[in-house]
Design a protein around this ligand. Structure first.
Ligand code: GLY
Length: 305
């Protein structure tokens, strides 16, 4: 058994492990771990306390996938409910759909008994106001400025660190993967990233492995980066080789290499794990396997593109 997460999954990985250790499924494990990150108000890239869009509204994206069947559920632009991963799982298990967005996602959250709340914390609001105060100097306010112009000026202070990934393999050998995010800070309202798109931010297949991304979602949307890793595994690549190939594929998108920002974690069918980044050395992920009393931090391999 194994559970792997992006570094900000450290608050949930031991809980995810306990699910596996208690005989639970990989699907239950990745949901449990992700929920704790969504609850963490100090993580401004996921769930409650996430940074808002240009209008100051927190919009969450999430996806969950099980490797045995490749069933998947995803939500995009969910407002007012922190547990985006649980709503994504409800899409998978209760609806004949894969992706539900916006008001429909919030409706489903209410139908499964989740409690509605304001996800914008004082800290996130203060950063949003401070960020836009500079961006909007001389432009007006978000109410009267053309948001498309602001979107081209805005910057995301935590693009490099945002989003959470969990991948688990349970005692029966089944894989599951989960991704949750509040997306790019100050995004254009309604913007969906890679996290709610199966194949882009998340992919899982018991036969070969699973992969999940953090980073600049528009790039993995264009390259289907998570699916790219699993497709390489299916073609016989090693886990290290499959992850490197997916990163190198991003180099062909016409983006200056200094701007290509992507990180992924992956697990193969044999329970091997690996993490890569296109950026700085010092980037890490966390993992826990059989015989370990707590999680360990592992370095990500830097793959320059
Ligand atoms: N990778 C998360 C996002 O771009 O929204």
């Amino acid at each position: 058994m194994i559970v792997v997460a992006s570094a900000n999954g450290d608050v949930g990985i031991d809980a995810a492990w306990e699910v596996l250790a208690g005989g639970g499924s990989a699907l239950d494990a990745v949901e449990a771990g992700t929920r704790l990150v969504e609850d963490n108000p100090l993580d401004h890239t996921v769930g409650y306390g996430g940074y808002p869009n240009l209008l100051g509204e927190v919009e969450l994206d999430a996806s969950i996938m099980e490797g045995a069947t490749r069933r998947a559920g995803t939500v995009g632009g969910l407002r007012g409910y922190r547990a985006a991963i649980t709503v994504a799982r409800a899409v998978m298990e209760r609806l004949p759909h894969v992706l539900v967005a916006g008001e429909g996602a919030a409706r489903l959250a209410a139908e499964i008994g989740l409690v509605a709340e304001d996800l914008l914390t004082d800290a996130a609001r203060a950063t949003w106001e401070a960020g836009l105060a500079g961006t909007l100097a001389g432009e007006g306010t978000t109410a009267d400025v053309m948001l498309s112009r602001v979107a081209s000026l805005a910057t995301d202070p935590e693009r490099a660190a945002g989003t959470v990934n969990f991948i688990a393999q349970d005692g029966a050998g089944h894989l599951a993967s989960a991704v949750s995010t509040s997306g790019w800070a100050w995004k254009y309202p309604g913007r969906l990233g890679d996290s709610p798109v199966i194949g882009a931010g998340n992919y899982c297949d018991d036969r070969y492995g699973a992969a999940a991304c953090t980073g600049w979602g528009e790039l993995s949307l264009r390259a289907l980066t998570a699916r790219s890793v699993v497709a390489s595994l299916a073609a016989g690549a090693s886990l290290v080789g499959a992850c490197a190939a997916a990163m190198h594929d991003l180099a062909t998108l016409g983006i200056p290499s200094a701007d290509v920002l992507m990180h992924l974690v992956a697990v193969d069918a044999g329970g091997g794990h690996h993490g890569v980044t296109t950026r700085s050395s010092g980037a890490t992920y966390v993992w826990r396997g059989d015989g370990m009393s707590s999680y360990e931090v592992a370095p990500r391999t830097v793959v320059p593109v």
